[in-house]
Ligand binder design. Structure first.
Ligand SMILES: [Fe+2]
Length: 390
């Protein structure tokens, strides 16, 4: 390896309070960041569940003047951020508790950013040095409490937002979008039904796997990703089968946080294929990644056979080979009920051409281990729609 490539600009994740029951430390975390009037941002479904009521009660009991904002849709859009900024200002809030799955976490982070900006949010897209346009002093402090184990957005420096003008998912980036404090409490994931546990678990796997396969030099990310995948191999089927198994929930939660820590290195074509499906058809992000995973692995295999062999050895698969990794993914998907085709998610052959140019332009495409153009994406879409694994 040439010396020049042994270089990188790396960040490490944030302050994480990990473990069952740690949600009780939410008021303490608010105080640590100087919050008296936090805005808890969550989605409408979660807002009705006891877990949110508990968090609110905890904060109230500690004397915090907490407000709740829950106008967050799956595959969120700019209007969700705008409404949240209004709620923040209306409540004279002084910080954000982003509480939920990927959508709520991303919107909470985006609200924390936008309360202090005068430019439109699209001016902060993850392009060149656009993040330097941010008025950092205006940003609100953010605490993240993930309630699914998949997205890892609690340790991410981006918010993913669907741009309704062109129906693409865009990344809003700033290093300070990384929440100041994360509370990783596996007990809050106990109520997730098996099919959601499976789908978000596949998102966590896709993050670790795509980060590990991405070509940049980042041994720290690679090490984290390998162990993240081992945890998923051992514990995702257990968490799907028995949602009340706290040990399984804990290992899945850290594997999710690890996935997003690792993907500072980059993602790849699984996410490129998945994003247009989510932005246009509202397919579930993790589920879509899980469906496309073996097709992308098979496509990338010529470029990553050595890496996959090392992964297979670490996972103690029957053979140290790329084929063994693909076989394992297929078995895992079957065991936890992930469909084999995109057709089962409502993606049709007529979508393939239009989505393929969106996939090519997706920010994840640049770090795929094999160069991948629109025509390759079209073939991948068609294979995944029809269930034809090369
Ligand atoms: Fe993802």
């Amino acid at each position: 390896m040439a010396t020049a490539s042994l270089a990188g600009k790396w960040n490490y994740p944030t302050s994480i309070r990990f473990g069952p029951g740690r949600l009780s430390e939410l008021p303490d975390a608010c105080r640590e960041l100087g919050m008296q009037r936090p805005l808890l941002v969550t989605d409408a479904g979660l807002a009705k569940l006891p877990v949110v009521a508990n968090a609110v009660a905890l904060c109230k009991a500690a004397g915090l003047d907490i407000a709740v904002f829950s106008d967050v849709r799956p595959n969120p859009v700019e209007a969700n951020v705008t409404a949240g900024v209004e709620a923040y200002r209306g409540g004279r809030c002084d910080g954000v508790i982003a509480f939920g799955g990927g959508s709520a976490l991303d919107i909470g982070k985006a609200i924390g950013l936008m309360v202090g900006q005068s430019r439109p949010i699209w001016d902060f897209e993850d392009k060149e040095d656009w993040y330097t346009r941010v008025n950092v002093a205006g940003m609100a402090p953010v605490i993240a409490v993930p309630t699914t184990a998949g997205t890892g957005s609690e340790v991410g420096r981006c918010s993913v937002l669907t741009d309704q003008r062109d129906h693409t998912k865009k990344l809003i980036f700033h290093p300070r979008l990384l929440p100041a404090i994360v509370i990783d409490d596996p007990e809050v994931t106990v109520g997730l039904p098996p099919h959601i546990t499976a789908a978000v678990g596949m998102d966590a796997l896709s993050h670790n796997l795509e980060a590990y396969c991405a070509p940049a030099y980042h041994p720290m990310a690679d090490g984290i990703a390998l162990e993240g995948m081992r945890l998923i191999k051992e514990w995702l089927p257990v968490a799907v089968k028995d949602g009340s198994n706290i040990e399984a929930r804990a290992h899945m939660m850290i594997a999710s946080t690890m996935g997003a820590t690792a993907f500072q290195k980059g993602l790849g074509a699984m996410h490129s294929l998945s994003h247009p499906c989510g932005a246009n058809l509202d397919t579930h992000h993790g589920l879509t990644n899980g469906v496309v995973m073996p097709y992308v692995l098979a496509f990338n295999r010529p470029a990553i056979e050595d890496k996959l062999a090392r992964l297979a050895a670490y996972l103690q698969l029957p053979q140290p080979s790329g084929n063994a990794v693909i076989e394992w993914v297929l078995e895992l998907r079957k065991a936890i009920g992930i469909p084999h085709t995109l057709a089962e998610l409502g993606v049709k052959p007529e979508h393939a051409a239009r989505f393929s140019s969106m996939a090519e332009a997706d920010p994840s495409t640049g770090s795929n281990p094999r160069p991948v153009a629109a025509r390759d994406f079209e073939k991948l879409y068609r294979s995944a729609i029809e269930g034809r694994l090369p």
